[in-house]
Design a protein around this ligand. Structure first.
Ligand SMILES: *Cc1c(COP(=O)(O)O)cnc(C)c1O
Length: 379
């Protein structure tokens, strides 16, 4: 089978125990474990609100849609974003009828605040920041810039479950933070995500929009009577986007081990770094600011002849990945081609080495040595 890029590891027995409760109770849907997971997530992050969804993709879509409606942004208004991300990030902007305005990245592979500043126009309404691989980059400067310019801030934290900055979970400064608990992310469930608004009113809206626009809570609050529980009003054309109790059960269990698991990921990363550091002229490492304790979703390097290196690693039974192709190379976003030269360079040179909890010290030495042999010529 070789060494895969990602191999999710679950606390199988505990997950099954938690799921068993759902099955025995006969409650697998919205509520019960979804509420418990939301409460646990709020406790873990320190955020005031969290709503459990069936993916981060729908979370990003709803984030942009709700901010657009509530702040009365117009079609064609711009959100500044990164070209180096999974396509969910930028589709959320396009789907809402807005325009993805691409800014360049820096040596952390996150948005470069200097480039963001240059791309601000009178149509700019928000910035989406993606913490690539769990890195925080120059997020603090982006926060400042958004404040200074009156822009809203969306944090795509799909890679960031458990990332801390000076010991704290970052994101309280953002208007909304979206996490992914997809199968290969740091807190794997199967497919799910969490949307965390700063504003409680938006949290109420997303709960309705994620359940077809149905306004049940308000109804039960206003009547407070058992007899009309089946009655509800519908306020929006919403989505079927909420998470369910079976998947939340897995999330509840995996969250208990998130910090332990991320600590091991950081251990793996430091083994890679120690081994690769002396070849810095040929094997580029990504800068992670010293205040950032990264979730280490990815371990990325930069090499010449990247595609050839991947093929040679495959021949040695190692299966790396690429995160990501510069989104401005896709037909949908090619209006911005050539505007983000550093992202373009990274897109052609970046390579993600295997990063998962089954890797041993010996695996990491083996992988690093193969990389060195291929890229440098000899160990
Ligand atoms: C995985 C990912 C998403 C989408 O997450 P899903 O839960 O799979 O919808 C969004 N943004 C980034 C950066 C991702 O890596």
């Amino acid at each position: 089978m070789g060494i895969q890029l990602f191999t999710p590891r679950y606390e199988v027995e505990e997950c099954l125990e938690e799921i068993r409760e759902c099955l025995e109770k006969g409650w697998t849907g919205l509520g019960f474990k979804t509420v418990e997971f939301e409460e646990q997530w709020k406790k873990y992050t320190g955020f005031p609100f969290a709503h459990f969804l069936n993916s981060a993709t729908i979370g990003l879509n709803l984030a942009v849609e709700i901010l657009k409606e509530e702040y009365q942004w117009q079609d064609g208004d711009e959100i500044i974003t990164t070209p180096l991300t999974f396509i969910s990030t930028n589709h959320a902007i396009a789907r809402a009828g807005m325009k993805a305005a691409f800014a360049d990245i820096d040596d952390t592979l996150c948005l470069n605040p200097d480039s963001v500043r240059e791309r601000i126009t009178e149509k700019t309404r928000a910035v989406i920041f993606v913490g690539i691989g769990g890195n925080i980059g120059r997020y603090a400067e982006i926060v400042k810039l958004c404040k200074e310019k009156g822009l809203k801030l969306i944090l795509d934290a799909a890679h960031m479950a458990g990332t801390r900055v000076n010991g704290e979970i970052p994101g309280r400064e953002a208007d909304v933070v979206v996490y992914s608990f997809q199968a290969v992310k740091n807190l794997p469930t199967a497919d799910s995500g969490m949307i965390c608004f700063k504003n409680g009113k938006f949290d109420e809206i997303v709960r309705k929009k994620a359940w077809l626009g149905i306004n049940k809570d308000t109804y039960t609050r206003s009547t407070n009577s058992g007899n009309y529980k089946w009655k509800y009003d519908v306020e929006y054309v919403g989505e079927k986007a909420h998470g369910n109790s079976v998947i939340a059960s897995i999330g509840i269990v995996q969250l208990r081990y998130l910090d332990r698991d991320n600590a091991y990921r950081r251990q793996i990363a430091s083994w890679y770094r120690e081994r690769l550091a002396k070849y810095a002229d040929k094997i580029g490492l990504v800068r992670i600011p010293s205040e950032c304790s990264s979730s280490t979703h990815l371990f990325q390097i930069l090499v010449e002849n990247r595609d050839e290196v991947i093929l040679q690693l495959n021949a040695a039974g190692i299966y790396p990945g690429v995160h990501y192709a510069d989104n401005t190379q896709y037909r949908m976003y090619d209006y911005a081609q050539g505007t983000c030269p550093h992202a373009e360079y990274v897109s052609d040179h970046v390579l993600s080495l295997p990063m998962h909890l089954y890797l041993t010290f010996e695996d990491v030495q083996f992988i690093a040595d193969e990389v060195i042999k291929i890229v440098v010529g000899s160990v």
